[in-house]
Design a protein around this ligand. Structure first.
Ligand SMILES: NC(=O)c1ccc[n+]([C@@H]2O[C@H](COP(=O)([O-])OP(=O)(O)OC[C@H]3O[C@@H](n4cnc5c(N)ncnc54)[C@H](OP(=O)(O)O)[C@@H]3O)[C@@H](O)[C@H]2O)c1
Length: 325
């Protein structure tokens, strides 16, 4: 089969598609013919060896996918060949086939295309865990989403709206702010402007955001916290700006505010009941059509580099998708 293979941690131009052996199926495994795979910010770091954990070389990148079950181990009963599924794995999704334990798969609702399925789990689970389990976002509260047109930002907008919040989307370009409005943002802010906190104060009538969803970090995060409402909750989701901010401890004191960490990788292990509840909620929204995952740019498998480059150049809208024939 064909797969994107990382032989050495490298820039995306140094990585190519190779012919490798199709994965076998061990006890408990399901092999999926991949229809679409997602490329997120973390994938871009992983191929370069810049992520906090390193995949042992060589490896096939890609953690999220949707496709059709190709074969199952004898002891697997939950899935049959021909069924459409969504899956998550540590790596291996940017390939024509991937084998994973059956527990890593969920049934893809019939009306949901592969591209939407591959965009779904990681970002929407992160968003729901942050806004529900961590910030206890209430209907009517004001939610400020930083990096709002990015993969996880756009998911937070949609989930914030489903939870009844008023959502303000902060993004760097007019195209990104329009994209955020298309997917539910009530108002937008250009946070590259020096006076963006004044705009935020005006938009919130002096109240400030009750909850800040922050996948950006850096100076923007520090500025945002200075504007937070009394008893506000600032969700630490990521550092796409490349800088981990250092917040002076007097600010949470003065704001009666809280910094809340969010780590998708630890939810299932540390909070299995919460994980199960949130996954059930997400798949319920997905099946009923209440939540339609945003699909960013779709590129054919042969052009996988374009997916990485679009994201790495800060020009992606939503999650990048690699599509297979
Ligand atoms: N904690 C978790 O469990 C979890 C889960 C998923 C993602 N994350 C993290 O969340 C962050 C965003 O992930 P994503 O997949 O949403 O990425 P993305 O689609 O690339 O979006 C990131 C956004 O950050 C903004 N940004 C600001 N400065 C930037 C810079 N120097 N370079 C690139 N983007 C910059 C951009 O918006 P503007 O141009 O509008 O500023 C961009 O749209 C990453 O750090 C990722 O690791 C964490």
């Amino acid at each position: 089969m064909k797969a994107v293979v990382v032989d050495n941690y490298d820039s995306i131009d140094g990585i190519s598609i190779k012919e490798i052996e199709t994965p076998g199926i061990s006890k408990g495994d399901v092999r999926v013919k991949v229809g679409a795979a997602a490329v997120g910010f973390v994938d871009g770091l992983k191929v370069q060896g810049l992520y906090q954990t390193k995949d042992p070389l060589p490896f096939v990148p890609g953690t999220e996918f949707a496709g059709i079950v190709d074969a199952v181990a004898d002891d697997v009963t939950a899935f049959k060949p021909g069924i459409s599924v969504i899956g998550m794995a540590r790596s291996g999704a940017l390939a024509e086939y991937i084998s994973v334990p059956s527990a890593a798969l969920k049934h893809l609702p019939p009306q949901v295309p592969f591209e939407a399925g591959a965009s779904f789990q990681a970002n929407y689970l992160t968003g729901l865990y942050a806004l529900d389990a961590r910030a206890s976002l209430q209907a009517g509260e004001i939610l400020l989403v930083l990096g709002a047109a990015g993969g996880v930002g756009i998911a937070a907008i949609q989930i914030g709206k489903l939870m009844g919040a008023r959502v303000i989307a902060a993004a760097s370009t007019a195209e990104k702010r329009d994209f955020a409005v298309r997917f539910g943002a009530d108002q937008t802010i250009d946070y590259t402007k020096a006076d963006w906190r004044d705009t935020l104060r005006e938009l919130t009538g002096g109240h400030g955001p009750d909850v800040i969803f922050d996948p950006v970090g850096g100076d923007v995060a520090l500025q945002a916290f200075r504007s937070i409402a009394w008893r506000g909750r600032h969700l630490v989701v990521g550092f796409a700006s490349g800088t981990i901010p250092a917040l002076a401890f007097n600010l949470p004191l003065l704001k009666g505010g809280a910094l809340l960490g969010v780590d998708l990788a630890q939810i299932q292990k540390r909070e299995p009941e919460t994980h199960a509840r949130l996954i059930a909620q997400l798949f319920d929204w997905l099946a009923s059509g209440k939540l339609r995952p945003v699909v960013g740019k779709i590129v054919p498998f042969e052009n996988f580099r374009e997916a990485f480059k679009t994201m790495q150049s800060r020009s992606a809208l939503g999650k990048m998708i690699v599509k297979f024939n």
